[in-house]
Design a protein around this ligand. Structure first.
Ligand SMILES: *Cc1c(COP(=O)(O)O)cnc(C)c1O
Length: 356
C-alpha cells in the first residue's frame, strides 16, 4: 500500500465557486491563482476555469509564465507588477497585464522601448491599506504619464482592501470613497473587490472583481452560508492503533497526558505535508465522517487522533483533515492562522484531481 495521504481537488467545485462569485459581484472577474492557486495547483485550476473565467491574476511574472507555457491564453494580471526590466519585456511579449503601484515601475515603462500598445497597466492606488500603491493625490499625474507612453494600450484602476472581511468596518467604506475621489473623471475600468468585498461590500462592485480564497471554497465570513463548496479535501488514513493508560503521555514533548484509557489512531500526515504543527490537542478532524479531535503534537510525518469514543474505527479508517466535513477555517482558527496559509502550505502529498 502506498502512503494514503492526498489532497483531493474538486474542479467542479472550483467552477461552481467562480461562477457564483462572478454572478454575485456582476461584471467580470479575474480568478486569483497566485501561490500555486492557494496550494491547489495553478495550471490545473486555470485550465479548469479557462472556459469560463474572464482572466487570471498571479503575484509575479514566473507564476504567469507557468500559465502561458501551459497553454492559458486568457488575460493574466501580475498583481505585484514587474520587478525589473526583463519582466517588463516578458510582460509585453507574453501579453501579461501589469500592476503599476510605484514610481520606479512607472519610470521603467517610460524608459523601456516596447512595441506600441503592448501593455495593459493596472494603476494601483493606496486608498488606505498603506501597503502598495500610489497615494490618492498622485493618481492624476501617474495616469497622465502612463497614458502618454506609446506602449500603454489601456489603463485600469485598482485598489485593495485591508479589512473587507469585517462587514462592520468603516475602514472599507472610507477606502471606497478615497478610491472614487482619486479616480473621478478618469476614463478606464475599475477593480476593487477581493473575496471579502465581493461578499460583504456591494458598494465596491465595479468592472472587475479579483476573487481568491472564495474560489477555493474557504469562506472568509463563514458564519453565513454563501453557497461556496470546499475544493480541497486533505485526507489520509489511520495506519496504526494504540491504547495508552491513564497518566501516560503521547508524542513529542508529552503534551497530551491520558486521563482515561485512550485509544489513539496514528494518521499518515504531518507538518511536512502542510498540516500545521501548532494545531493543539482538540483540533477538529473527521474519522469516517465522524467528528473527533487530534491529541498530542503533530509530528513531521504523522499526527494522532482520539478514537476512544469511536471503537468501531480501526486501521484503514479514512481521515479528513479539512474539506467538506471539517471547515478549513476551524483548523486555521485552532492553529492561530487563516485558511489561506494552511491551503498554501500543502505540499508533499499528491494532488488528485476530480472533475476535469
Ligand atoms: C491576493 C489578492 C487578491 C485575492 O484576495 P482574496 O482575499 O483571496 O480574495 C485580490 N487582489 C490582490 C491585489 C491580491 O493581492
Amino acid at each position: 500500500m502506498t502512503r494514503p495521504s492526498k489532497a483531493l481537488i474538486d474542479l467542479d467545485a472550483l467552477r461552481h465557486n467562480y461562477t457564483r462569485m462572478r454572478e454575485m459581484h456582476g461584471g467580470r472577474a479575474l480568478a486569483v491563482v497566485k501561490a500555486n492557486a492557494y496550494g491547489h495547483g495553478a495550471l490545473k485550476c486555470a485550465q479548469a476555469l479557462s472556459g469560463i473565467a474572464d482572466g487570471f491574476a498571479v503575484a509575479f511574472a514566473a507564476e504567469a509564465l507557468e500559465l502561458r507555457m501551459g497553454g492559458i491564453h486568457k488575460p493574466v494580471l501580475l498583481l505585484e507588477g514587474c520587478f525589473d526590466q526583463d519582466e517588463l519585456l516578458q510582460a509585453s511579449h507574453q501579453d501579461l497585464w501589469i500592476a503599476v503601484h510605484q514610481e520606479s515601475q512607472l519610470q521603467m515603462i517610460e524608459q523601456t522601448t516596447l512595441p506600441a500598445k503592448s501593455l495593459h497597466a493596472w494603476l494601483k492606488i493606496d486608498s488606505g491599506m498603506h501597503r502598495a500603491g500610489f497615494n490618492p493625490d498622485q493618481v492624476k499625474q501617474a495616469y497622465a504619464r502612463l497614458a502618454a507612453c506609446p506602449a500603454v494600450a489601456a489603463i485600469t484602476f485598482m485598489t485593495h482592501f485591508a479589512r473587507a472581511d469585517e462587514p462592520d468596518q468603516l475602514a472599507t467604506a472610507k477606502q471606497i470613497k478615497v478610491f472614487d475621489d482619486a479616480t473621478a473623471g478618469l476614463p478606464g475600468d475599475r477593480s476593487l473587490s477581493n473575496s471579502g468585498a465581493i461578499i460583504a461590500w456591494t458598494d465596491a462592485r465595479r468592472d472587475w472583481a479579483r476573487p481568491g480564497i472564495v474560489l477555493y471554497g474557504a469562506d472568509p465570513m463563514p458564519s453565513n452560508n454563501h453557497g461556496l463548496i470546499p475544493v480541497m479535501t486533505l485526507q489520509s488514513k489511520v495506519f496504526a492503533i494504540k491504547t495508552i493508560a491513564p497518566g501516560e503521555s503521547l508524542g513529542y514533548g508529552g503534551t497530551f497526558v491520558a486521563e482515561r484509557p485512550t485509544r489513539v489512531g496514528l494518521v499518515a500526515i504531518g507538518y511536512a505535508d502542510g498540516y500545521p504543527r501548532i494545531a493543539p490537542t482538540g483540533t477538529p478532524i473527521a474519522v469516517d465522517g465522524q467528528l473527533t479531535r487530534t491529541i498530542g503534537r503533530v509530528s513531521m510525518d504523522m499526527l494522532t487522533v482520539d478514537l476512544t469514543d469511536l471503537p468501531e474505527q480501526g486501521i484503514g479508517a479514512s481521515i479528513e483533515c479539512w474539506g467538506r466535513q471539517i471547515d478549513v477555517n476551524l483548523v486555521a482558527k485552532a492553529a492561530g492562522t487563516i485558511s489561506y496559509e494552511l491551503l498554501c502550505n500543502v505540499k508533499r502529498v499528491p494532488r488528485v484531481y476530480i472533475g476535469d
